[in-house]
Write a protein that binds this ligand. Sequence first.
Ligand code: MN
Ligand code: MN
Length: 434
Amino acid sequence: MKELASLEDINVSEENLLEEKFQSKVSRRRFLEAGSAVLVAAAGLQAAEGQEPRAVPRSADHHLPNEEEPGPNNTTLDRQNPNSVWAPETDAGGQQPFKYSFSLAHKRLEQGGWTRQVTVRDLPISKKMAGVEMRLISGGIRELHWHVGAEWALMLYGAARITAVDQEGRSHVSDVKEGDLWIFPGGIPHSIQGLGPDGCRFLLVFDDGNFNEFETFLITDWLAHTPSEVLAKNFGVPESTFAKVPKKELFIFGRELPRPLAEEKRQAEEGTGPVPHAFDFRPSEMQPNKKARGGEVKIIDRKIWPATNIAAAIVTLKPGGLRELHWHPNEDEWQYYVTGKGRMTVFAAGAHARTMDFEEGDVGYIEKSMPHYIENTGDTDLVFIEVFPTPFYEDISLAEWMAHTPFRLTDEHLQVGEDFLAKISKKEAVVTPQ
Ligand code: MN
Ligand code: MN
């Protein structure tokens, strides 16, 4: 029986081998027939008799045999990621993903709102920064707390009251609205409360990829884990003062709306005054640093906002607009897409390049000095933010580099003509078309 079985196996294998040979001949013929015309036309290659084609056949509508996609396809995700399904020919694999969506993040729901986060645990490339989205209902409070890393925020919707106290006991209390920013440097205790009529939603960015919003230093959690006789001694009051301190963290909870801003500010500043540099910033009150037909850019760093140790750019690209080819020599870049659709290619040296698509709620990440561009691929404005874990914004663009290198030298590399090189703007474009 055993011998018979193995004989059968051999016969079957031989049959399979023959079948495979036949199939590969047929498919190779189909492949060459379908591909050769496209190849010759598109790449200008000579498909000489008896020679293997030197490039992979491709078609604009992806109809070629080697482009077929039989079997399961997630068409919803495919539609959102056309540059992953059909990568530009200039892409080359082997590069880790640099995109994650808040839509995939776990949402922690509380009575006063919700929160979710995208950290290095979700997006392994994002080692130096992490992001949090939060919604607070009208009156909803993000509990008094602090953390090791700095917190940079963009208000996405509604209005909120923020509070903080610095190392000198100086206070910051202010109301922020959609489009405003705040910074809480590392270790600075703070709170956020949703205002009327419908609370708020905001984005937080931390200069620590391993940040965890669910494990911050909370005032309730700390007091619940300190002996009440020590609390009593600390303040010189009876232990009973602390009888109602919650035994468990509040984290995000609903309360009445705060009192008038002037009243709360006066109370908090008594004896020490306000912080010397405001922790909030209003980009709506500044002019764009660059304005072009393709869009505009506002750069917000310590040059104009002395309190911040996190630099950022707010970029708006018109349909077809391009955030020009560039890189950042000083730090990694963390991105958040506020509205619209775009694509980004990151070139990672060693012939590696990858293009990914982005839309509302997506996070992008680019490591220090890796060149990239962002293109609006939709028919509405694309708005995204670039955030850097450093006080000052820095970039170098391809055009800027070429404009300030001897034209002869660049032309000897690229053969683009010295006339073209001489005409490149001497000032960085940032956004094109100009
Ligand atoms: Mn915080
Ligand atoms: Mn960039």
